[in-house]
Design a protein. Structure first.
Ligand code: NI
Length: 389
């Protein structure tokens, strides 16, 4: 049974207050100026120096005086979503149309709490802990920007959490290997020839072509991917035409593909292009495809995950994580250094990305303790064993 008091009550109160403050001031992807300024001020107040990197938003800081030992990175994403909050919280979003509906406010507060825990034992750290407050996760640009800026330089391993409203407070979901899906987004425009709706023979109808393409794309899942594999192809928006009696010149659609295997990801993309191009051609039309390649699957290192799980087990309940078809650009870091991403219980109200989502702040102390213990465990491991591939 987990101990209900893991950190000093003052620290717990501090994290809850920070959580509420960030909840009230959500900022969208790559616009996290207030958030970054506030995190910077809090870290400085804790006596933690800010590291200088060429980044537009987000904050990097480091704890530890040893320049010889390993560096372990802890990451929290900090951006919000373009949603109108529909909770009855006393600390609702003050920004119309923007809400922390993915609980990244929880992530900021937990990492600030962990920063305090680690700062308090800085003299005993056998290396350094690099805190990455990452902007722009929701459109999967943040991790790439951070990596390009050099934040992984010298880092031996990385750990992070996502709050999970389907898991009770005091429980963490962990899994070795693939935890979250890859994410590719597409936008297709089919161009035909517009005409009078009553004289279709004088045009080339892009709506009929688009409808056919959308249906045929579903055969990627049903006919190309092995039934034992997992792949989602969703069209989330279609467009074309404005009125009853006109065949438009263009039509289009956009959507996403999620999967857990590099081979399936490549196959799905190849079949997508073949189906769209050849079906458009069959209708005497052309297709323009915009392909936005998002993160690979979140893929947890066995060694890092097992080590952290063993430690977490001492102060909270560890359960096997159920893989999620959502993506997270934490995967970008894990492509370069071994890592562990975990689902931290935050059972509150509604699910992630819902307007009435609430992350339960009672989970903050577990999240902060988890970060702290992950950092200490990995520092210890790399001190003893050296770098792992
Ligand atoms: Ni999120």
């Amino acid at each position: 049974m987990a101990d209900p008091i893991l950190v000093e009550p003052e620290l717990n109160q501090y994290m809850i207050a920070q959580f509420k403050q960030f909840h009230q001031h959500p900022e969208l992807c790559s616009q996290e100026q207030w958030t970054s300024k506030t995190i910077t001020a809090e870290l400085k107040r804790l006596g933690i120096p800010i590291s200088s990197y060429p980044i537009k938003s987000g904050v990097i800081a480091e704890i530890g005086q040893s320049t010889a030992g390993p560096i372990i990175a802890l990451r929290a994403d900090i951006d919000a979503l373009p949603l109108q909050e529909e909770t009855d919280l006393s600390y609702q979003s003050k920004i119309p149309g923007v809400a922390h509906a993915c609980g990244h406010d929880f992530h900021i507060a937990a990492l600030l709490g962990a920063a305090k825990l680690l700062k308090d034992q800085e003299g005993q750290l056998s290396g350094r802990v690099r805190l990455i407050f990452e902007p722009g996760e929701e459109r999967h640009v943040g991790a790439k920007e951070m990596i390009q800026a050099g934040v992984l330089k010298g880092v031996s391993a990385i750990s992070g959490i996502h709050n999970m409203p389907t898991i009770p407070v005091g429980t963490v979901g962990m899994k070795v290997g693939k935890l979250m899906a890859s994410n590719d987004n597409f936008d297709v425009t089919i161009t035909g020839v517009g005409s009078h709706a009553a004289m279709p023979q004088t045009g080339r109808d892009p709506i009929v072509a688009t409808a056919n393409i959308i249906m045929t794309l579903q055969t990627i899942v049903s006919r190309n991917i092995s039934p034992s594999d997992r792949l989602v192809l969703t069209i989330g928006a279609i467009r074309g035409g404005q009125t009853n009696n006109v065949i438009p010149e263009t039509a289009g659609f956009k959507g996403t593909i999620r999967t857990f295997s590099a081979a399936d990801r490549a196959l799905a993309k190849k079949r997508f292009y073949e189906i769209v191009d050849s079906t458009a051609k069959a209708y005497g039309q052309t297709a323009a495809i915009t392909w936005d390649e998002g993160p690979a699957p979140v893929d947890n290192s066995k060694i890092m995950t097992d080590l952290i799980a063993e430690e977490a087990h001492k102060f909270m309940t560890v359960i096997p994580a159920i893989p999620s078809n959502a993506d997270d650009d934490f995967a970008e870091y894990e492509q370069l250094v071994p890592g562990c991403y975990a689902f931290m219980g935050s059972k509150g109200q509604a699910n992630l990305h819902h307007p009435d989502f609430i992350a339960n702040p009672d989970g903050l102390q577990y999240a902060a303790k988890f970060h702290e213990q992950a950092a200490l465990t990995l520092l210890n491991y790399f001190n003893q064993k050296g770098k792992v591939d």
